[in-house]
Ligand binder design. Sequence first.
Ligand SMILES: C[S@@+](CC[C@H](N)C(=O)[O-])C[C@H]1O[C@@H](n2cnc3c(N)ncnc32)[C@H](O)[C@@H]1O
Length: 219
Amino acid sequence: MQRIPEPELMEDMAQAEAYDRADFSAAHSARVELFAARYGREITGSVLDLGCGSGDILERFAKKYPQAQFVGVDGSFAMLELSRRRMMRAEISERMDFIEALIPSKDIPLEDYEVVMSHSLLHQLHHPEVLWQTIADVAPKGSFIFVGDLRRPESAADAQAIVDRLSPNEPAVLRTDFFNSLCAAFTKEEIEAQLKDAGLMLTVEEVGEIHILVYGVKR
Ligand SMILES: C[S@@+](CC[C@H](N)C(=O)[O-])C[C@H]1O[C@@H](n2cnc3c(N)ncnc32)[C@H](O)[C@@H]1O
């Protein structure tokens, strides 16, 4: 099926709070473990998270990697506000910096990042090349890139069947969001073409029924 893009930013506080309240714990814990299995060592430097949202994955990374420092970037003030509050509650805000920036942006600090990651941002972008170009620009040579997202099913009917099977009891608004996100996601072939255009040599791996990972060392 053809891709159907979603609105990019989650700017509205009510929408941001609904997303923040949703229980993504299984998928988000699994994401940290997928990273750990591919990175295979401690993080002792800094991690850049592009499109950090309300910070649930960021918090899980911070707890798994207590020596790491984090920079979270998001274009939505509402999402960043939720992220800041979350880190205060978890008492890890001293290891966090947040930057409000709409990618592509010159406001992303250029640091010697050990890891540059992004979760569930790619499918929201109307111009996916901005993510890959940003990574090409800000990730230092030798840093580890890790991008995770949904992948698009073959048809709208398949997308609906996935929503019905995996989220039968979620509120209607979250079921609709999930369906729209599946329809807005990219396929493995599309992502491989995007990487080629950006000059990034990374592995693209389909994981489970609905996810896709892009990772590797920046050359
Ligand atoms: C689906 S949420 C994912 C949040 C978080 N990474 C997670 O996995 O829970 C996507 C986030 O990307 C942000 N976003 C979308 N387009 C963006 C852009 N061009 N620049 C910066 N942030 C963007 C949205 O505001 C939202 O917080």
